[in-house]
Every structure is written in structure tokens, then in C-alpha cells.
Write a protein that binds this ligand. Structure first.
Ligand SMILES: [Zn+2]
Length: 154
């Protein structure tokens, strides 16, 4: 079930370097952060333009992404629900990192077509004057053309 436009408009955007967003799409939870927020709810997962090259050889990644070759960058790639943030207590292995805040993600839905979008730091609001919600909704609807620079590609 895809989130409605109203939910997307009030969601938050989180940029994550590949290959981690791809791993989230393929079952990784939690997302590890050095910081936390009070926000809970719908997250728009944005794959940063930058790549975490070191992670490409992480055994958890090579296992989770076996056979996966496409790692879209500079684009929104999924939505998820952030249900909890807690400090590591030797929990959430294998994906939860020691010493990190664990952001528990559920109901992860990959966009059928990634939506080019600019990255950023922190947990961000969806700009009210942007067409991001429209682009995500159209991707879910399977409408073609959303990759053709209609967004604010990073
Ligand atoms: Zn945990």
C-alpha cells in the first residue's frame, strides 16, 4: 500500500549513502546514526550522490545485495516508516552498529523508478513548493518519465 500524497508531504527526508539504502530495501534495519530525533513516522529515503565505497566490501552488504548491480544515487529510492530510535544496547544485529542510534525501519517500499533529487544533511521537511510528492506518487503509479530531470536532481 503506497502512502498517500498527504502523508508524503508531511514526511521527512533522510539522505543515506549507497549501498546502505539498497540494503534497507532488501531488509536492512536499523539505519545507524550518530544522532537522534523525536520524529516518528513516514521517511523518504534518499540515496546520496556520494558512495560509501568501503561498505561495498562489508560482508553484510555483499550478502544482502548479492546479484544487485543498480545502486541509484542522487535520487529518492524508497519510503519507510520510522517506528523507533534507541541507543545501541548490543541489539539489532547484524545491522545495528555498536555505539550508534538505531533507527528502526518498517514497511519499506522501493520506488519503482528512482526520483532524482538533491541531497542534504539531517532529517528534512519536504519543501512545500517542490514537486517531490508528485514525482514520488507518479513513480508509485508506474508513470514513465520521472527520471527525465523533472525533479531537482542533485
Ligand atoms: Zn537496536
Amino acid at each position: 500500500m503506497y502512502p498517500p500524497a498527504s502523508a508524503l508531504q508531511s514526511a521527512r527526508i533522510l539522505s543515506i549513502q549507497q549501498p546502505w539504502p539498497a540494503a534497507i530495501i532488501h531488509g536492512k534495519s536499523p539505519e545507524n546514526r550518530s544522532w537522534q530525533r523525536n520524529y516518528r513516522g513516514l521517511l523518504i529515503l534518499h540515496a546520496s550522490a556520494a558512495l560509501d565505497r568501503q561498505a561495498l566490501t562489508d560482508p553484510r552488504i555483499t550478502t544482502a545485495l548479492a546479484g544487485i548491480t543498480a545502486l541509484p544515487r542522487g535520487a529518492v529510492v524508497a519510503v519507510a516508516t520510522l517506528t523507533d530510535i534507541h541507543r545501541d544496547n548490543q541489539c539489532c544485529r547484524p545491522w545495528g552498529d555498536p555505539g550508534a542510534f538505531h533507527w528502526t525501519l518498517t514497511d519499506v517500499i522501493a520506488l519503482p523508478t528512482p526520483v532524482p533529487w538533491r541531497g542534504g544533511l539531517g532529517l528534512r521537511h519536504v519543501p512545500a513548493d517542490s514537486n517531490l510528492v508528485s514525482l514520488i506518487t507518479r513513480s508509485f503509479a508506474g508513470e514513465p518519465g520521472v527520471q527525465h530531470r523533472e525533479g531537482n536532481a542533485a
